[in-house]
Design a protein around this ligand. Structure first.
Ligand SMILES: [Fe+2]
Length: 337
């Protein structure tokens, strides 16, 4: 059974015929008489291996090779060079460029078959390994997220009125990260960091969390500790670089009047400035022990009124854009499902 497809590129039709005779019974073959024709083939098909003549009129084998390596979908296809050139310097140069192998003409059928088989076996092993790693990575990420969610549910179970808060805040933060142009990996890291921003509340007494009247100085001091307590809990997890920053800095104010460190402007890590906006917005539109929910327009106005003092103006702008696009409302609805 023919499993693999090989693209053979050679300007000499006699050579193409010789190679066809040797390989036809074992592989699907695609034949190209020039580098340009080979690249055209590659726009439509993705062979398992390329046999590439080094010296051709028009594009040389090396030029074709470089063009192939620049295309992400084709960069991993193994290439074996064919040449009449006995010059070992050229051979070294090709191998250094990343060629899988180098075969000199005249072609010896057994050598050609062996080299091709070895290269394909190696490629298949590599693909298997990559697939296994990919699957394991997905599985690990899922486990990490489940563990994080379990922690979040246990914090929110302390006070049912805040249920869903962390998931919504994390959703807003991910949407902001996307809007700010961060790639999917960073978006996911920001999501996980925001999920855990209030983890330090695990140590805050219920009586303070659920208090309906204003907090006294001592109680205020205790509740502020959830930022630094959260950061020390998260400092033991090394997989997300700024995980502890999210907990530590989400109550800092842009003008320096926040806590725990009273940092101002860009001295507050970006993750803290992002979570701050999402956190306050969600608290404003939610019921709390001490207040009724605000409607979206009033919460929007609150954010604008505190832009540049409590919040980073750029982040407020990004959030307002998402609010106007309906993205924020969509995330709210999602958390209710
Ligand atoms: Fe908080």
């Amino acid at each position: 059974m023919k499993e693999h497809t090989i693209l053979v590129v050679d300007d000499n039709r006699t050579n193409l015929q010789i190679i066809r005779d040797i390989l036809e019974s074992q592989y699907h073959l695609l034949m190209a008489v020039s580098g340009e024709a080979a690249l055209k083939f590659l726009q439509r098909k993705s062979p398992d291996l390329i046999l590439l003549d080094l010296m051709m009129p028009g594009m040389s084998g090396q030029e074709v090779f470089q063009a192939i390596r620049q295309k992400p979908q084709q960069a991993a296809i193994p290439v074996i060079f064919l040449t009449a050139n006995q010059d070992s310097e050229v051979e070294v140069e090709c191998l250094n460029m990343g060629a899988s192998d180098f075969i000199t003409k005249p072609i010896v059928p057994e050598v050609l078959c062996h080299r091709i088989r070895n290269t394909l076996e190696l490629r298949d092993l590599q693909n298997d390994l990559e697939e296994q790693i990919r699957r394991k990575t997905v599985e690990n990420e899922r486990l990490l997220l489940q563990a994080i969610e379990a922690i979040v549910y246990s914090i929110e179970a302390k006070d049912t009125i805040t249920q869903g808060h962390s998931v919504r805040v994390a959703g807003y933060c991910r949407a902001m990260a996307r809007e700010l142009g961060y790639d999917e990996d960073v978006q996911q890291q920001i999501y996980q960091t925001a999920l855990l921003h209030d983890v330090g509340k695990i140590g805050t007494p219920d009586a303070i969390l659920k208090k309906t009247s204003p907090l006294n100085e001592e109680e205020y001091r205790i509740i502020q500790k959830h930022t630094t307590d959260g950061a020390s809990i998260l400092s033991t997890i090394g997989t997300i670089p700024y995980l502890e920053d999210g907990a530590r800095y989400h109550h800092e104010h842009y003008d320096g009047s926040g806590y725990p460190q009273g940092l101002a402007g860009d001295d507050i890590p970006l993750i803290g400035r992002i979570i701050a906006v999402a956190d306050v917005y969600d608290a404003l539109i939610s019921r709390r022990h001490y207040k009724d929910p605000l409607d979206q327009q009033m919460a929007r106005k609150e954010l604008m009124d505190h832009s540049g003092t409590q919040f980073d103006p750029g982040i407020v702008q990004t959030f307002i854009r998402l609010l106007d696009l309906g993205v924020i409302e969509e995330i709210q609805k999602e958390s209710e499902r």
